[in-house]
Design a protein around this ligand. Structure first.
Ligand code: FES
Length: 172
C-alpha cells in the first residue's frame, strides 16, 4: 500500500501547472513570431548602418599622417594602422612592389568586416562573405561588396610612409 503523503501534489505544482513536455515545446506560431522579431531587428540594424553612412559620412582627413618606415613593411606584406584623431577607422597599408604602395580603409563596404591583403591571391579579401577587391585600385572583383574600398594617397619621403586624403578622380 502506497503512502498518501507521497502521492499528494506539491503546492508549487499547482502554482505552475505546466508539464515538462509542454515546457520544451515551441509552437509554430511562437517560432514564427521569434523569426519575425529577429528579422525586424536585423532590418533595423542594417537600415541604421545605411542611414549613418549616407547622412553622416566620415570626416575628410586633413594633412599628411605618418604611418611607418618603409623598411617596416616588406614587399607583399600588409600593415594595419589607425590615424590619430580618427582611431575608429582602421586602415591597411599594402606594399605591392618596390615603390608601389596602397592604403585603404580596412572596413569592407558590404557589412564592415575587416579586409586583409592576400599576397598569394594578389587580392584584398573580406573573409566574412568572400568579397574580393583589386589591391591596386580598391575596385570590387567578386562577391557582395557594393562599392570599392575607400582609398588614401600614399606619400613616400626618404624612408618614411605617410598617407593623406586622396584627391577625387586622382589615379594613384
Ligand atoms: S562584409 Fe565583406 S563581403 Fe560581406
Amino acid at each position: 500500500m502506497k503512502d498518501e503523503k507521497y502521492e499528494k501534489i506539491p503546492n508549487w505544482k499547482s502554482d505552475f501547472p505546466i508539464e515538462r513536455k509542454e515546457a520544451t515545446h515551441v509552437s509554430r506560431r511562437e517560432f514564427a513570431k521569434y523569426l519575425g522579431l529577429l528579422s525586424g531587428a536585423l532590418a533595423i540594424g542594417n537600415g541604421g548602418i545605411v542611414i549613418k553612412s549616407l547622412y553622416f559620412p566620415a570626416e575628410e582627413l586633413k594633412g599628411e599622417h605618418y604611418v611607418c618606415n618603409q623598411s617596416d613593411v616588406p614587399v607583399g606584406e600588409m600593415f594595419q594602422f589607425s590615424i590619430e584623431g580618427s582611431e575608429i577607422i582602421p586602415y591597411i597599408l599594402i606594399h605591392l612592389e618596390e615603390n608601389e604602395w596602397r592604403a585603404y580603409e580596412q572596413k569592407c563596404t558590404h557589412l564592415a568586416c575587416a579586409v586583409r591583403y592576400r599576397a598569394d591571391l594578389d587580392k584584398i579579401e573580406c573573409p566574412c562573405h568572400k568579397g574580393y577587391f583589386n589591391p591596386r585600385t580598391g575596385d570590387v572583383l567578386q562577391g557582395p561588396p557594393p562599392r570599392p574600398l575607400p582609398q588614401l594617397e600614399v606619400v613616400l619621403k626618404e624612408n618614411q610612409v605617410f598617407v593623406k586624403a586622396k584627391e577625387p578622380n586622382k589615379i594613384v
